[in-house]
Design a binder for this molecule. Structure first.
Ligand code: RIB
Length: 290
């Protein structure tokens, strides 16, 4: 199908900007409201595609207006959607609160929990990298990780929301891309100290640290790749930008190069509001960092 296959969620993000979070039972006035395209899977697909990847998305939308909009967005981004199902459920939604350019998210899966993959060999035919996140049923993630491991297809797992992460997933995935909070939860789940987990898994765990960039271990040394300093307005989708560009670049260059470009792309993405809005094209990225 495509060299990069993203299996995951696609949603509409309902974004509220606020100066502070309300207490339980309290009503406060927000400063702005906007709808954007989102869903960790869709975001990663868009990031990889804008970087020049050959990308197909596998997922599900509802037979509602939001579903039509999500499909139109994929078409607009020139992402292949022959394996996107239209199901009897509402299209996925995320309610996002932005405060001081940082976000908190409540995600409602809807149609994303109705993905049904009957024929793996067709869906992943020709795939070299498969991207997964945890906004779809974990049983499907496990089936796909197992299939890809058997077929020698590289897998990148974004362990978010981390409550659905398991030790089996960790064993099977080639790369894991948690943020700092998710990494702590994973270490706790696996019953191992963070430093040890990182040290025992060179070039496997890449931790996103927001404005500080990313870190991973290579040859027994912790490597930090700092992010460029930018005026951030919305960090939503920054991790997805990293993962999508990392996947696309991994097909062309080394691990180090893939991380380097993904960090740059991620930094640029936070300069615009909305998860996908600020994701750079390859041309923009290359001209920004000549
Ligand atoms: O990673 C950011 C995404 O997570 C948002 O676009 C939202 O859909 C949430 O699920």
């Amino acid at each position: 199908m495509s060299k990069i296959v993203v299996l995951g969620s696609c949603s509409i993000d309902y974004v509220v900007e606020t100066k502070r979070q309300p207490q339980t039972g309290e009503t406060i006035e927000g400063t702005a409201f906007q709808k954007y395209f989102g869903g960790k899977g869709a975001n990663q697909a868009v990031a990889a595609k804008r970087f020049g990847g050959d990308v197909a998305f596998v997922g599900a939308v509802g037979k509602d207006e939001a579903g039509k909009q999500v499909l139109a967005n994929f078409k607009n981004e020139e992402i292949k959607t022959s394996f996107v199902q239209e199901v009897d459920a509402a299209t996925g939604a995320a309610v996002i609160t932005i405060m001081d350019s940082d976000n908190s998210i409540i995600y409602v899966p809807g149609a994303n929990h109705q993905i049904d993959i009957a024929n793996f060999s067709t869906v992943f035919e020709g795939a070299e990298v498969v991207l997964l996140q945890l906004e779809i049923h974990k049983e499907i993630i496990m089936q796909v990780l197992t299939y890809c491991e058997r077929k020698g297809i590289t897998t990148i797992l974004d362990p978010a929301p981390s409550e659905f992460f398991s030790a089996e997933m960790f064993e099977k995935a080639n790369y894991i891309t948690p943020n700092e909070m998710e990494f702590s939860e994973i270490a706790m789940k696996l019953g191992i100290k963070e430093k040890e987990l990182l040290a025992q898994n060179p070039q496997k765990i890449i931790i996103s640290k927001g404005a500080k960039g990313v870190s991973y271990v290579d040859n027994g040394i912790e490597v930090n790749v700092p992010a460029e300093k930018v005026e951030a307005v919305d960090s939503t989708g920054a991790g997805d930008t990293f993962t999508g560009v990392f996947a696309a670049m991994l097909l062309e260059g080394s691990f180090d190069q893939a991380v380097k470009w993904a960090v740059k792309a991620s930094a640029i993405s936070v300069k615009a509001k909305g998860a996908q809005t600020g994701m750079p094209t390859r041309m923009l990225l290359e001209s920004a960092f000549k």
